[in-house]
Write a protein that binds this ligand. Structure first.
Ligand code: 5GP
Ligand code: ZN
Length: 115
C-alpha cells in the first residue's frame, strides 16, 4: 500500500469508488470519466506500477486480474457482445495512474487501431 497512490486509497476505501466486483486480491470499480457505456477499472489490491511489473512479480495475481475482467464483462452483460481490455503502460500510452489497472470498455463499437 502506498499512501500517495490514488488507487491504493480506493483499495483501502479512503477514496470512494463505485465497486462492481471484488475478490481477496482484486477490486473492480467504475471509471470516474467513462469513455464507453461500460468502463470499469480492474486493479490488484497490491500495488504494482504497471502490467509487466505485476506479471513478473506475481504471475498468479496477473491471472486474477484477467479473470476478474472476464467476470466484470459477464456482470455488465457484455461478455457475448464483446469488450476491450486495455493496460495503458507508460507515458506514450497515456498511463496516468501508476498502479496497474485493466480498463474494461464495452457498449459501443471500438475503433481499430485505437487513437
Ligand atoms: P490511465 O490513463 O492511467 O490508463 O487510466 C487512469 C484512469 O483512472 C482514467 O480513465 C481516469 O478517468 C481514472 N480515474 C482517475 N482518477 C479516478 C478516481 O478518482 N476514481 C475513479 N473511479 N477513476 C479515476
Ligand atoms: Zn497503488
Amino acid at each position: 500500500m502506498s499512501s500517495d497512490c490514488l488507487f491504493c486509497r480506493i483499495v483501502d476505501r479512503t477514496v470512494p469508488a463505485t465497486v462492481v466486483h471484488e475478490t481477496d486480491s482484486v477490486l473492480a470499480f467504475r471509471d470516474i470519466d467513462p469513455q464507453a457505456p461500460t468502463h470499469v477499472l480492474v486493479i490488484p489490491k497490491d500495488h504494482h506500477p504497471d502490467a509487466a511489473s505485476m506479471a513478473s512479480a506475481d504471475p498468479a495475481l496477473a491471472g486474477a486480474v484477467l479473470s476478474a475482467a472476464g467476470e466484470v464483462a459477464k456482470l455488465e452483460g457484455v461478455d457475448t457482445s464483446g469488450y476491450r481490455l486495455v493496460f495503458n503502460t507508460g507515458r506514450d500510452a497515456h498511463q496516468t495512474v501508476f498502479h496497474v489497472h485493466c480498463h474494461v470498455l464495452a457498449g459501443r463499437g471500438m475503433g481499430w487501431p485505437p487513437g
